[in-house]
Design a protein around this ligand. Structure first.
Ligand SMILES: [Zn+2]
Length: 265
């Protein structure tokens, strides 16, 4: 079994064939968590998951690049709307994606942070994990990982979650694990010039690693540049197996166990 812990079959790119893709995933025993980035895509992730008894789940939230003040289709985070969505569905397993993105928008940090904390509060209210997105500024001077770690440390009660599509340093990965988080890896680890990430993966305990595709983005080699899909998560597992010199099946099994444990499914 494989568990793609972060996909967007709820996005437009899959409008015409998400059902076909998920049917195929179900046959191959590939489980999927579809993640919302705005209210509409969050709702869509829930609607998709409602079609399947098992193996398809949803996360709901507002991505940091879409908070008010941003250039990319900004919208207001309506806490009440999300509450109602969560209360009405049994398939919502996480809150997000949320977090800090200095890459697409390095002038809106305070708003991003405020909405990130709103997501944490929502996650705590429903006892759900958070799916966190982090991206540093282009010049690397503004570090999203460090800001996120600070926010998490400032919380009074415990938060669970995953730092998805990890692209930080080994020390940052360790800091997240120490805070009880999982670290998610995408097809990026199959790209050239990712030795630093490989080194990080080699050091991390397998218990804390999740695999993901971030479909339709970040298709792994040999599909790089094409539309990604959850079945390709096996290339991420293969790469981790190669880095850690552990059997493929063991990586597939343990990362699925980790995702099931985090999402409580
Ligand atoms: Zn994503």
């Amino acid at each position: 079994m494989l568990f793609d812990s972060h996909a967007h079959l709820n996005f437009q790119e899959f409008e015409n064939d998400w059902r076909q893709i998920i049917d195929d995933c179900q046959k191959q025993n590939v489980w999927v968590a579809n993640v919302g980035s705005q209210f509409e895509t969050s709702k869509k992730a829930v609607e998709i998951s409602n079609n399947f008894e098992v193996g398809v789940y949803a996360a709901v939230g507002l991505h940091p690049i879409h908070v008010l003040g941003s250039k990319f289709h900004p919208e207001k985070f309506d806490r009440e709307q999300y509450r109602q969505l969560i209360e009405a569905s049994k398939k919502i397993v996480a809150i997000g994606e949320t977090g800090i993105d200095f890459f697409h928008d390095d002038k809106n940090f305070e708003k991003q942070k405020e909405i990130f904390i709103e997501h944490i509060n929502l996650a705590q209210a429903f006892n759900l994990p958070v799916v966190i997105h982090a991206r540093n500024s282009r010049d690397g001077k503004k570090n999203a990982y460090q800001e996120i770690i600070k926010v998490i440390r400032d919380q009074r009660s415990e938060i669970r979650g995953v730092i998805h599509c990890f692209g930080g340093t080994k020390d940052e990965a360790m800091a997240f694990i120490k805070l009880g988080f999982c670290v998610g890896f995408t097809g990026v680890i199959t790209f050239d010039q990712t030795e630093q990430l490989a080194e990080t993966i080699d050091q991390l305990s397998l218990d804390s690693i999740l695999v993901e595709t971030d479909s339709p983005y970040l298709a792994p080699v040999p599909f790089r540049g094409k539309r990604n899909q959850p079945q390709y998560v096996r290339y991420v597992v293969e790469k981790i197996a190669q880095i850690k010199k552990i059997d493929y099946n063991k990586i597939a099994e343990q990362t699925a166990i980790n995702a099931k444990k985090l999402f409580r499914v």
